[in-house]
Write a protein that binds this ligand. Sequence first.
Ligand code: SAH
Length: 285
Amino acid sequence: MGIRVFGWLRRKPVEKGHFAALDSARFPVFAPGSVWLVGAGPGAPGLITLLGYHALGQADVIVYDALVGPGLLDMANPKAEKIYAGKRGGKPSPKQADITLKLVEHAKAGKRVLRLKGGDPMMFGRGGEEVQTLARENIAFRIVPGITAGIGGLAYAGIPVTHRDTNHTVVFLTGHDEKGGIPQGVDWASIATASPVIVMYMAVKHLPSIAEKLIAAGRDPADRLAIVSNAALPDQTVLETRLGRAGELADASVPTPAVIVLGPVSRYRETFDWYAGSLRENTIG
Ligand code: SAH
């Protein structure tokens, strides 16, 4: 009998609301002097992980990117110092070295430093470079993965990144290198026909020349191309065309950020396109 009462008391917080269960969850300690690299997900704040949400509440300093979805910082510890480290193509922006230096400085000052990055921190997000510096400086760190735009962003557009009927492989590439050109490190001739699906990040600017390179290397110009802009955000748009017509987009204004998917998977949008209408009014996701 007594045990039953005790059990009822223990469960009580859960009855108040499902999220209260998290209060007793055994989250890892966000130690002073450490840095957590956290993926914020592609846009909607609800797409951050529980660990990321925990870190937001604990952090003393938050260094965040331009692509961190709106609303997420409202969920942070109100006393946290928030430092914008936005980098968007073509606009003046803090240097990567300066951002990394900030992380090091604040960690060495004994702060809990949250490095909040759009999508997944290790996917075209230079998270690896930041980790290299932290490791060199002997600063404790944790990597909290996030939902990357090239998977979760596509899902918000009703595009499965794989489907058994269409592809067993995916290629992820960036269409932009640090100098602003097409990355020299991409072997266009090899990847052109290597995978039915190619997901491109940061590729809007150079899309016409990327399309030319792929077609020259044997990719079918009739292949589907979908451009998902502002994925998982209320102003999400999807533009559908064919690889051979990518050149026509050169002058059209494609909203950014945008993730581009080449290959048959965008045909599923016809039936999978769920993020529409009043669903977009929910600012969490
Ligand atoms: N680490 C991030 C990618 C950073 S590179 C991730 O895992 O998603 C920046 C590129 O990501 C943008 O140029 C765009 O291609 C893509 N991207 C990020 N957020 C996006 C969004 N909400 N909608 C569409 N593309 C997005």
